[in-house]
Design a binder for this molecule. Structure first.
Ligand code: ATR
Length: 263
């Protein structure tokens, strides 16, 4: 039986096992996918288990997407460009790190036919998922990408990877066509971002968070007359890309799968 894990800390709330095990069953694969809470000093050992073929694939989540890189033998171009790895597999006895968050974000926008080309994008946050979003936005030819983060230095650091981004101070709101919440504000139902968007309408508000289904950020944006999307499809598409990479099967993304996340 092949073994797959999602590693992170915390990890209790990860929906990845639900999704992957659903597809494993649907495709009659002799595999199992579990979550594993790790500490920093356990990363090296789990990559060793990949090389020893005790583990067949790993998904990586917060806070290890960058930290894991030093234990890998090879990175895909996407993982190199973002310095962010969320999917690991063995290829020719080399532990390879790839990034499927990029595909996840890109496909989530394609699904709703939102065209990024020539749009002004404003991103809140500078954490683990932001390099993947910026990479995707650049590929789709966004006109301008502006980032603000509570800790400005972290946003400034992103300029080393993406020289074209603009950084503004937390609290400053530039003109935008699409705003993306990539902070962790909203994970708790009562969380609210301390920024005022009440005079903004007919724009697109995207939240990377998918649980809760509608954060206060999205609820308010909808009330003000904006288009909204949560991070559900991004999450499902990044999982399906990892699944395809490991099992060489394109899993089906039907209503059943989407319902899994809302249970
Ligand atoms: P990590 O920072 O470890 O990559 P993350 O969940 O990917 O973790 O990122 C959390 C993001 O939410 C960060 O951009 C964080 O801002 P800081 O860099 O200043 O910590 C942001 N964030 C979390 N709580 C916040 C709050 N109360 N106000 C503003 N930003 C917040």
């Amino acid at each position: 039986m092949k073994k797959y894990f999602v590693i992170g800390n915390p990890i209790e709330h990860s929906f990845s096992p639900k999704l992957h095990n659903y597809w494993i069953k649907e495709n009659n694969l002799d595999s199992v996918y579990e979550k594993k809470k790790l500490n920093l000093d356990q990363l090296e050992n789990i990559i060793l288990e990949i090389k020893q073929k005790k583990i067949n694939g790993i998904n990586v989540t917060v806070p290890f997407k960058q930290e894991i890189i030093k234990y890998l033998d090879k990175l895909s171009p996407e993982a190199t460009a973002t310095q962010s790895v969320n999917t690991i597999y063995l290829d020719n006895n080399l532990a390879v790190g790839h990034n499927t968050d990029i595909a996840g974000f890109t496909l989530s926008l394609k699904k709703i036919n939102f065209n990024i080309m020539n749009k002004k994008i404003f991103i809140l946050g500078a954490g683990g998922v932001v390099p993947s979003i910026v990479y995707s936005l650049n590929k789709m030819k966004a006109l301008q990408i502006t980032i603000c983060n509570r800790t400005k230095e972290k946003a400034d650091n992103l300029k080393k990877l993406f020289s074209n981004i603009k950084i503004v101070k937390w609290g400053e709101i530039p003109e935008f066509d699409m705003i993306i919440n990539a902070t962790s504000i909203g994970l708790n139902n009562e969380d609210d971002i301390n920024l005022d968007f009440s005079n903004i309408k007919n724009k697109f508000f995207y939240d990377v968070i998918y649980n809760p289904h509608e954060t206060n950020f999205l609820k308010k944006a909808k009330n003000y007359g904006n288009k909204i999307s949560n991070g559900e499809m991004m999450f499902i598409y990044q999982a399906s890309a990892a699944f395809n990479l490991w099992h060489k099967v394109q899993p089906k993304i039907g209503d059943e799968v989407i319902k899994l996340l809302n249970r």
